[in-house]
Ligand binder design. Structure first.
Ligand code: SF4
Ligand code: SF4
Length: 438
């Protein structure tokens, strides 16, 4: 595998939006009559399900599919299960889709409250994985217990107040609005993990606020690619990004500021936090911020805000460069959903099946210095291993800039994500095969 140096990074060309001064409080969206939950485990007809239609769930109750499941989804509101169905996610990954009809009066599950007197990473991992911001508790618990034979050894936590796409501002809003609570959130993270090296990454323009005095601040430029975790690590923490490794495998755990504060609130109020702050950007570019219960279908938010959509408009979950389009207005609010964009059908950049014309724009803009024009040829031919061996696919930091500038409108970023996913699948199948053969 080629290992590319990031020293010769090309200058980023796009700047991230900054949160507006004196932002309004997010508009509260009431708990809807039905919430939709995604459980990251597929339905297996050979196994006996622990749940069935008509079962009731309390707010905060964990829902497992099978006796031996280690995946769960927490109910953000109490109610009755109305539907259990298979769900196909990105790149064909299989999950389960649950519809819960909510109650007007919320019944609360107290299991977490009974165990929340002292911060404990195993308890947090067992109850709080699905709270707002989706803290990486599984990973932290595994790192601390050495469960993965030392493969991951986190020694640094970065609370991220940096949004990861150009129009997104949710994290910056949370960072500035709840800044006085950050010292306590840092203290709690230290108690949960035993990790002392905890810093907060934020745009340099916000770091001047006096409320952040005394905190370990990483000031990050508002140039778009600087905000991506691998680049941030490389440029500001002095930890070289190694292609094919995650930040966590290099010892750094990024946790969104909303997740850090949701953990604090969960321990303070003895109740997991299921209200998620989201920035909504309508077709005219108008931004609104809402606070909605996880599981709320996005059409409920649109109708409360008066956001209009027509048949061929595109709904993007995430930002314009790295976000993913959804085909349904019933897409639920998920714990990590920071931004939703509505794009008018007339504004959607066409994706083509034209061949690459070798204009070189993608090569010039790529911050990882990849030969993207060659890479795209391997990816189009589904030669993923060759894309990795010859063009260093794994050095891609997934900024999306190549797709943005492509003269032939080739969906390069989507090809890259698919290529990485397929490579990961091949690798895990190889590991399984080795284990099986002894
Ligand atoms: S998404 Fe494209 S431009 Fe960005 S690092 Fe990857 S190959 Fe380079
Ligand atoms: S920007 Fe598009 S058309 Fe131009 S070289 Fe890259 S892949 Fe080819």
């Amino acid at each position: 595998m080629i290992k590319r140096s990031f020293i010769g990074l090309t200058e980023p060309r796009l700047r991230c939006d900054l949160v507006e001064p004196g932002p309004k409080e997010p508009e509260a969206i009431p708990i809807p009559p039905r919430i939709i939950l995604l459980l990251n485990e597929h339905l297996d007809s050979t196994k006996e399900l622990l749940i069935k239609k008509g079962d009731t769930v309390k707010k905060g109750e964990r829902i497992f599919l099978y006796k031996d499941s280690n995946q769960y989804v927490s109910a953000p509101a109490s109610g009755t299960i109305k539907l259990i169905a298979p769900f196909t996610g990105d790149f064909g990954s299989l999950a389960t889709y649950l519809v819960v009809e909510t109650n007007s009066k919320q019944d609360i599950d107290n299991s977490f409250a009974e165990r929340a007197s002292t911060p404990d990473i195993e308890i947090a991992n067992s109850y709080l994985r699905g709270i707002a911001g989706e803290p990486p508790l599984k990973l932290l618990a595994e790192s601390l217990s050495g469960a993965k034979s030392g493969a991951i050894n986190i020694n640094k936590i970065v609370i991220s107040g940096i949004d990861d796409d150009i129009l997104c501002t949710t994290r910056q809003y949370v960072l500035t609005r709840f800044r006085d609570e950050l010292p306590k959130a840092i203290e709690l993270l230290g108690q949960l993990t035993g990790i002392k090296d905890i810093s907060i990454a934020m745009p340099e323009a916000l770091a001047t606020l006096s409320a952040f005095n005394g905190m370990n601040i990483v000031k990050v430029s508002s140039d778009y690619v600087s905000s991506l975790s691998p680049m941030l690590m490389d440029k500001y923490l002095g930890i070289s990004f190694i292609p094919g490794k995650t930040c966590e495998e290099l010892g750094v755990c990024f946790i969104s500021v909303e997740a850090a504060l949701a953990l604090l609130k969960a321990y303070t109020e003895k109740m997991p936090v299921y209200e998620k702050i989201i920035t909504i950007i309508d077709k005219n570019g108008k931004k609104s911020r809402v606070c909605a219960t996880i599981g709320t279908p996005i059409h409920r938010i649109f109708s409360q805000l008066g956001v209009e959509t027509a048949e061929k408009d595109r709904i993007i979950i995430g930002g314009p460069l790295r976000g993913v389009a959804t085909y349904t207005l019933y897409h639920p609010v998920t714990p990590d959903m920071d931004t939703v964009i509505v794009q008018d059908s007339s504004q959607i950049p066409m994706v083509s099946d034209y061949p690459c014309i070798n204009c070189g724009k993608c090569v010039r803009i790529c911050p990882a210095n990849l030969p993207v024009n060659v890479l795209v040829r391997y990816l189009e031919a589904t030669l993923y291993q060759d894309a990795s061996d010859s063009c260093d696919l794994l050095s891609c930091v997934e900024c999306g800039l190549c797709s943005y500038v492509c003269s032939a409108s080739i969906p390069i970023f989507q090809y890259i994500r698919l290529g990485k996913y397929e490579l990961m699948k091949i690798e895990s199948e190889d590991v399984e095969m080795e284990a099986h053969n002894g």
